[in-house]
Design a protein around this ligand. Structure first.
Ligand code: NIG
Ligand code: FE
Length: 388
């Protein structure tokens, strides 16, 4: 059984050879899907008949969003902390321990229900690939189960045992780093593809971060880093030094951080939901793009600093607040996310790619930023299957 989507007003392929501009836009297009992958892309007029047909009625079709940074395994919420921030409190990551306590006390089924609910919420908004981090367990068993549960929803799981030092290790940071590098990594690695560290003042310094990421790398995990979120620091340079796939946040960057990113294959993943929800200055995407750094956009979905699963919302923020054009933001939320996960099969719509796509309730990708807050995702296809 194959399926033809035709009468597409604007098809974003992210394949410049196939269409116009960096988004590789094909107008009056069609796309043929077979066995979960894209079989053919071209002008509607040249499409061959197929077993089934979906009329896009002139709408835009985009690759599904790739949300390369989310923390979905947790319990409880921190709405009161959000309200306090909106009344003037500052965010410093201190609330992470509140979520750790709630997560440890929760059952597997509670954690599974929350993660599943958020994955479905994201999918309805066009996210067809999502990365899920641990980091609210911070014990051997709780990190292992967080990743085991995360794996039920995605292959893109990340071990974040080094999120913060848990209260019971408050005066024994070296011991906690030893635990993360030894028993915790051994328990977590079978369920993880990536390792991440919150490299920030008040979390982990450069030496501890390097030690943890290096043993993770030796265990076969790819590297990502929470870097330069709350202030200047060594995170971005460490990410580049270790050949990380992604340095995430990148809110406070020096000129040498930007240079380091520009001469590396490390993607700068910007998370504007975090600046929105902590009322902080946004990262300067324009500066990074002008320096030819590869930029991804992701939600950072978590109960503390960014409780949104909406990639369209992040696109709108990036355009309005971070100096990105709508085309750059759409690229970063699709192809950019794929690069941050070192994936070539997603974030693009070319023959052989996974049939992950959205049909918008709009004629152009521009509308994602032009019509903020409006539910513009009419259809979502994941692995060749149309939802609903
Ligand atoms: O990416 N910065 C560290 N971790 C999360 C926040 C986690 C929390 O506040 O619960 C982030 O923003
Ligand atoms: Fe995060």
């Amino acid at each position: 059984m194959n399926l033809l989507i035709d009468n597409i007003g604007e098809l974003v392929t992210n394949e410049p050879r196939m269409g116009k501009g960096p988004l590789g836009i094909v107008q009056r297009a069609a796309i043929l899907v077979e066995d979960g992958t894209v079989a053919w892309v071209g002008r509607s007029a040249y499409a061959q008949p197929a077993d089934r047909r979906l009329d896009a009625e002139g709408a835009a079709v985009l690759p599904g969003f790739v949300d390369s940074h989310a923390h979905l395994v947790f319990a409880g919420d921190r709405a009161a902390e959000f309200a306090a921030r909106m009344a003037g409190e500052r965010y410093n990551g201190g609330g992470i321990r509140t979520t750790v306590a709630a997560t440890r006390a929760a059952s597997d089924d509670d954690l599974r229900d929350t993660a599943g609910r958020l994955c479905r919420e994201a999918l309805r908004q066009g996210t067809t690939t999502i990365e899920i981090k641990s980091g609210y367990g911070l014990s051997v068993t709780d990190e292992e189960r967080s990743l085991r549960i995360g794996r039920e929803f995605t292959d893109e799981t990340t071990f974040l045992g080094a999120h913060v030092v848990p209260a019971e290790y408050a005066d024994r940071v070296d011991d906690y780093v030893g635990l993360v590098c030894g028993p915790m990594l051994r328990a977590a690695a079978p369920y993880a593809r990536w390792i991440d560290v919150f490299c920030e003042q008040g979390a982990f310094d450069a030496d501890h971060s390097r030690a943890i990421l290096t043993v993770g790398q030796a265990a076969g995990l790819g590297v990502r880093v929470h870097a330069n979120q709350l202030g200047a620091g060594p995170g971005v340079r460490l990410a580049v030094e270790l050949g990380a796939a992604s340095a995430d946040h990148c809110t406070h960057l020096s000129a040498s951080d930007v240079d380091a990113l520009a001469s590396s294959s490390t993607v700068a993943t910007l998370l504007p939901g975090a600046e929105f929800s902590t009322r902080s200055p946004y990262p300067d995407a324009r500066r990074l793009l002008d320096a030819r750094v590869t930029v991804a956009l992701a939600t950072d979905c978590n109960p503390g600093s960014s409780y949104t699963s909406s990639m369209p919302f992040c696109i709108a923020l990036a355009v309005r607040e971070m100096g990105m054009t709508p085309a750059e933001a759409v690229w970063s939320a699709t192809a950019g996310g794929a690069k941050a996960l070192r994936r070539t099969d997603i974030g693009v719509l070319r023959p052989g790619a996974r049939a992950d796509l959205t049909v918008l309730d709009a004629p152009s990708h521009l509308h994602l930023a032009y019509r903020p807050g409006v539910p513009l995702i009419r259809h979502v296809m994941h692995n060749g299957v149309l939802l609903e």
